[in-house]
Structure formats: C-alpha cells, structure tokens
Ligand binder design. Sequence first.
Ligand code: 6PG
Length: 257
Amino acid sequence: MKSTIEIFPDLSEISRVAAEKFISIGNRACKQNGKFTVALAGGSTPKSLYRLLTTDNFKKQINWSKVFFFFGDERNVLPVAEDSNFRMANENLLKPLQISENQIFRWQTQIGDAVKIAEDYEERIKDFFRLRRNSSASAAGDSDLLLPRFDLVLLGMGDDGHTASLFPFTDALRERKKIAVANCVEKLNTVRLTLTFSAINNASNIMFLINGEEKAEVLRAVLEGEFKPEEFPSQNIKPANGNLFWLLDEKAAQKLK
Ligand code: 6PG
C-alpha cells in the first residue's frame, strides 16, 4: 500500500487536485480495462469536487460513457430525500453530466428493509464485477473471498473517525465476508447502508477528502494516535494492493506533527 498525505489551503484546492486525480485514475482504468469504476462518497465535502468535474475544463477530459458509478454508503431513505447521498451526487454530478441509468448503481432504498437493500446491492456488485463462484471452484471448497476491485473509492471522514457508514463500535466494522451490509448506528438511531472494509480495501485507489477544523483532533488520532480501529474506523482503511490518498485542508491538518 502506498499512502500519501497532501495538505492544501482550502476545500477548493482539495477539490481541484481530487478532480485531477479522478480524471487521471479514470483514464488509466479506461485504457487498461475499458471502463472506470468509482464508488462515490456522501456527506458535504465531495460536493465541490462533483460540481468541478461537470465544468468544461474537466468534463471533456474523460469519456463518461465508460464510467460506472457506485456509492460507498447510503442512508436508508428514498433517492429523492434531502439526506440521500444518491440525491447529492445526482444533482451535482450525474444529472449535469447526463450519465445514463445503466452506468449508475445506487442502493435500491425503495425496497425498504435495510438488510434486503444491502443483499440486493451486494448481488448487483457481484453481477457487475462477475464475482460468481463457478461450480468447480465451489466444489473444490474455494474459500477465496470474491471482492470487487473499484478503480477508485472516494471517502469522507466524520468528526468521530467514521468513514462511509462504518461508525465506531458498530457491527459492520467486523464484517469480513460480505461486500455490502446494513449497519445499525445507535448514536444516530438509524440503520445505515455501507460497503465493508473488505470491499473498500480491495480498491486500486482510495481518496479521502477531509476539510475543516472540526476534523483536526480526530484526524490526529487516526493518523498519529494509537491503532484503535473500533474507536477510529478510518484507521482500518488500508488498500491491500492500492494507493491511499489523504487530501486535507490546513484547518483539518493543523494538529498533525
Ligand atoms: C455520509 C458519508 C460519511 C461522510 C462523513 C463526512 O453518508 O455521510 O458517507 O461517511 O463522508 O460523515 O461528512 P462531511 O463530508 O459532510 O463532513
């Protein structure tokens, strides 16, 4: 794993560099595999990156018909809800770029039941990445985990050290076999939907976008503190065979050595 930390004056600089990395990773993936698979982050930080990618300067730099969009996590709400991660990405990126439906893989939250939504999403990912055991493999008791390898996973980090919807002291932190799960988050009194560490850490590239002084203390704990991944789940983001980029602004990085 190659991990790099880059610190910028502000969010717009983070977004510019993130957009450049998005395009270069994407074009490399299209060249090598004929497509680019990216898992988008929710929350507010990535919004300016998404909008930047739709501007003339960036949008003409990649063949969007080869880009396939997934979501690292989702709230258990309908896609039109205010707090839907799909809605934020759709309004700021997918709709402006006129991305076609068959290139967008959103969590089918209209199903209602969180466990069923997660199972459905796992099947969609397995179908797309062709992660089916063939009969001989299963007959041979092939125990290899079948995981998607996203070309890029975008992540944010909460001020409690969570990422995606992998919150401190929640069951999803210990899930190693599944790709997508429903995760009960007591402190939010809700069930969230999230990719697991196994699925995220199998990516070729992972990019954290973190800004604001409210993240400074937890970022210090995550990057420089004791390894306590139950308390600081972002510490468990370690691509087994990929690049990890931390794009930070000065305010979020102010407590780092
Ligand atoms: C979500 C995100 C979550 C987010 C962090 C940071 O569903 O909210 O996936 O993991 O990235 O909470 O959120 P901000 O970018 O709004 O600070």
